[in-house]
Design a binder for this molecule. Structure first.
Ligand code: PEP
Ligand code: MN
Length: 335
């Protein structure tokens, strides 16, 4: 981190600032030019509040030269992280996985959906048992019974299961069933106690980008999980909120190559929540594949008008099975 000091600042004031920085455990490189004085902060600058430093009367500007995320940073870990989910299912490092299934687990129809997505080539089954709903009066999901149905669907198909956890108090229910991937939804990307709790396990975490979160905030959320000891984080771009109203969210596909540049963690993309409309999901799934995503998460339902949630963006199993060969074809070209 570099702090440029305002012209006309007295040596005494600068010394006071240097003492303050040293008090935070950092070394200071002092450089007095003809026009300006520059302080280079050396060491772990996470102990410094950059905004606070910038707001000081004698400080002209503050520039970060290294990112605040360390464990997720590709600079310190150049090779791709491969998150091992189950036998034959690794995410990242050149593999490509497709997670498919309904938004909500609703009952026995899960089995028919699971069979269909498996037959089409999905490699993981998704379904929400605990649903984050905007209204407290909307269906909140089946809870524990939903987890049991997912486990049954896993036994039937062999597909590893991905499901959202919203409350750290529910974690034992997920762990005792060996849920293969813990999804942290967009609304909980900065639920720090939840991030820390899943960070204490070794279960893979699918961390979805918050709807108003920057790429750096997503990486700092990953850092929460990793700093507790769980390196198995998969990032997911699922669209962000912009001024555009013709789609549910705006699919920020820039995030895919940007994340690959900044971090070694695998990056998947969710064209269902990103677009919000069944008619756009297929094309954007292909676009995300072309952008270099390590996988996709796609909502599939056998009877979308009857779905408990997100029916308007669900693919029918037949649409999903038509899409999969196209995804594979794009993947061949870019991989
Ligand atoms: C979901 O996957 O069904 C979901 C709620 O996604 P998001 O958190 O991205 O909105
Ligand atoms: Mn959904």
């Amino acid at each position: 981190m570099i702090a440029v000091i305002k012209q006309g600042t007295s040596k005494e004031q600068i010394d006071k600032l240097i003492d303050w920085i040293r008090g935070k455990g950092l070394e200071v490189n002092y450089s007095q030019g003809s026009q300006e004085t520059i302080l280079g902060l050396i060491g772990d600058t996470t102990s410094i509040d950059a905004e606070l430093l910038d707001s000081m009367d004698i400080v002209e500007s503050v520039t970060r030269v290294s990112e605040p995320f360390k464990l997720a940073n590709r600079k310190f870990h150049p090779d791709d992280t491969v998150v091992h989910v189950a036998d034959g299912v690794d995410v990242g490092g050149g593999s490509f996985q497709v997670i498919a299934g309904p938004c909500s687990v609703e009952g026995d129809n899960l089995f028919a959906i699971a069979d269909a997505v498996k037959a089409a080539g999905a490699t993981m089954l998704r379904g929400g048992a605990y649903k984050p709903r905007t209204s407290p009066y909307s269906n909140q999901g089946m809870g524990e019974r939903g987890l049991d149905l997912l486990v049954e669907a896993r036994e039937r198909t062999g597909l590893p299961i991905v499901t959202e956890i919203m409350d750290p108090r529910d974690l034992p229910l997920f762990l005792e069933r060996g849920i293969d991937v813990l999804q942290i939804g967009a609304r909980n990307m900065q639920n720090f106690p939840l991030l820390r709790e899943v960070g204490k396990t070794q279960t893979p975490v699918l961390l979805k980008r918050g709807m108003a979160a920057t790429i750096d905030e997503l990486l700092m959320a990953a850092e929460y999980v990793m700093s507790e000891g769980n390196p198995n984080v998969i990032l997911c771009e699922r669209g962000i909120r912009t001024f555009e109203t013709r789609t549910r969210n705006t699919f920020d596909l820039n995030a895919v190559p940007v994340l690959h540049y900044l971090t070694h963690l695998p990056v998947i993309a969710d064209p269902s929540h990103a677009t919000g409309y069944t008619r756009y999901v297929g094309q954007m799934a292909l676009a995300a594949t072309a952008a270099g995503a390590d996988g996709l998460e796609i909502e599939v339902h056998d009877n979308p008008p009857k779905a408990w949630s997100d029916g308007g963006q669900a693919l029918l199993p037949s649409m999903f099975s038509e899409l999969m060969p196209e995804v594979r074809a794009i993947r061949e070209v870019v991989a």
